[in-house]
Design a protein around this ligand. Structure first.
Ligand code: PLP
Length: 480
């Protein structure tokens, strides 16, 4: 069994095994003609159930054959131009190379003595990102597992910086289109059930600053303490970007921590055309960026950035066995001092390889392409009488619903759209997401693939309309 441990005697086995795996994936990617096979849970689960984990196959090729059956054949393929659903992107090859290197070396970014250069690379990428945001010379941050963790850490710092120890009094303001990790974070941070105050959005799904000003004033008058405003730069559903400069003004006026959740919109930091859409982000106290959403990085790759490095001390604990306090004076850089995690992947390497091979402009161009595609998609939808489209995109999502001719009952329209999404998924021809707008069911394209064309969008819209019509036909048959 020692032959499976990677060391100086097994490098040939390592090379062969990994190459075999890479070959399988490459073959799959080269031949996959749909984003999904449409396999049903009931069909797939017995195949996995029947595998006895206590009876190994002892052979890599046999295991890869088995993997084909239980995973590769029916996986969801994000590189496919008709995968149009969630905020999970196709990935760039330099990042995959980084992934292969980082998992083989297996650095852990908690301490210098488990990472060495890895720590310095991560720090340099944090500085690079902070500069792109414009956070100023005192900025810092750390890589995290994702936007959820980044938001949690930012709100932890905001809580510790808030001018009240009474957790029940603290209030967090976020648009009603903000991400649910804000609510989860409030719960984890011990805030009260009413801690998150939802702020209404305008027609373009951007936080209404007049309403925010009103709520901040009400909060203070009631003797409560505004702890943070979470501005979203790219809402999950609409890609809408809250008015950052106005929010920054209000935060300054009320002395409130400004967090910008740019998990999705961070791609604009590399954009050659649309960087100004996140102007004002430089005034934040903290920022969430998900490179695994709009920098074409594999999951996981995210970071939380802060304007004032000193605020990261709220996440610092010292352990004799890992990062004793004396190491701070010895200037030994232990990233665990800034992180909620202890053992932590060297995810930063993927971004490093990407920037070194492609450059930030390379990423920015890809992101600009998907923003342009969304603008084209919006025009198509707006001109198509079969569909109602919600807002003109600031990033790359389109929220719409099919309005079949002659159907006026909103509940029936809901059912037709729900059916269309399900039928499309089951066919595997395309994958789209769904959401609710004003209580009604809508469909959603999250366009993150520069390979997707307007022809793909047109084709998928036709498929959706076809499934909706089929539902209505069957519905009429049922009624008669
Ligand atoms: C705006 C926003 N913030 C935060 C998150 C959470 O990010 P993650 O899924 O990486 O935890 C998401 C995920 O979609 C998001 O859209």
């Amino acid at each position: 069994m020692r032959s499976h441990l990677l060391n100086d005697t097994t490098t040939e086995h390592y090379r062969r095994s990994v190459t075999e795996g890479v070959e399988r994936v490459a073959a799959k990617v080269a031949t996959t003609d749909r984003p999904f096979t449409g396999v049903a849970v009931d069909a797939l689960s017995p195949r996995i159930e029947q595998i006895d984990l206590d009876r190994p196959l002892y052979d890599t090729t046999a295991v890869l054959d088995e993997l084909e059956d239980v995973y590769l054949r029916d996986a969801i393929y994000f590189h496919h131009p008709r995968y149009l659903a969630h905020l999970n992107c196709p990935v760039v090859i330099p990042a995959l190379l980084g992934e292969a290197v980082l998992s083989a070396v297996n650095s852990s970014l908690d301490t210098w003595d488990q990472s060495a250069g890895g720590t310095l690379i991560e720090r340099k990428l944090i500085d690079w990102t902070a500069r792109r945001i414009g956070l100023g010379p005192g900025a810092d941050g750390v890589f995290t597992s994702g936007g959820t963790q980044s938001n949690l850490q930012a709100l932890l710092l905001a809580r510790e910086e808030a001018k009240s120890e009474d957790l029940a009094k603290l209030r967090v303001f976020a648009s009603e289109a903000g991400h649910f990790s804000v609510q989860k974070s409030a719960k984890l941070l011990g805030l009260g059930p009413d801690a998150v105050v939802p702020i209404p959005v305008d027609h373009d799904k951007r936080l209404q600053t007049v309403a925010l000003a009103h709520e901040l004033e009400r909060c203070v008058e009631a003797g409560l303490v505004p702890m943070a405003v979470v501005a979203t730069a790219g809402t999950t559903d609409f890609g809408s970007i809250d008015p950052l400069p106005e929010i920054a003004e209000l935060c300054a006026q009320y002395g409130v921590w400004m967090h910008v959740d740019a998990a999705y919109g961070c791609g604009l930091l590399a954009s050659l055309k649309y960087r100004d859409r996140v102007d004002g982000i430089e005034r934040a106290d903290s920022v969430t960026v998900d490179y695994h959403k709009s920098f074409f990085q594999p999951v996981s790759s995210s970071a939380v950035l802060v304007r004032d490095a000193a605020t990261l001390r709220h996440a610092t604990y010292h352990a004799e066995y890992l990062n004793p306090r004396r190491m701070v004076t010895e200037r030994i850089p232990n990233q665990v001092d800034k992180s909620l995690q202890t053992t932590r992947r060297f995810d930063a390497l993927k971004l490093w390889m990407t920037l070194r091979v492609m450059g930030a402009d390379g990423i920015g161009r890809l992101f600009d392409e998907v923003c342009d595609l969304a603008a084209e998609g919006w025009k198509l939808l707006a001109a198509d009488p079969r569909f109602d489209v919600v807002v003109e995109p600031s990033l790359s999502t389109l929220v719409f619903r099919c309005i079949p001719a002659a159907v006026t009952d909103p509940a029936e329209i809901d059912r037709a759209n729900l059916y269309a999404r399900k039928a499309l998924f089951a066919s595997g021809d395309a994958v789209v997401a769904g959401t609710k707008v004003a209580g009604r069911h809508y469909l959603k394209f999250t366009l993150l693939n520069p390979e997707t064309t307007t022809a793909d969008i047109t084709a998928v819209l036709d498929l959706i309309a076809g499934h909706a019509e089929q539902y209505l036909g069957e519905s009429l048959d049922r009624a008669s």
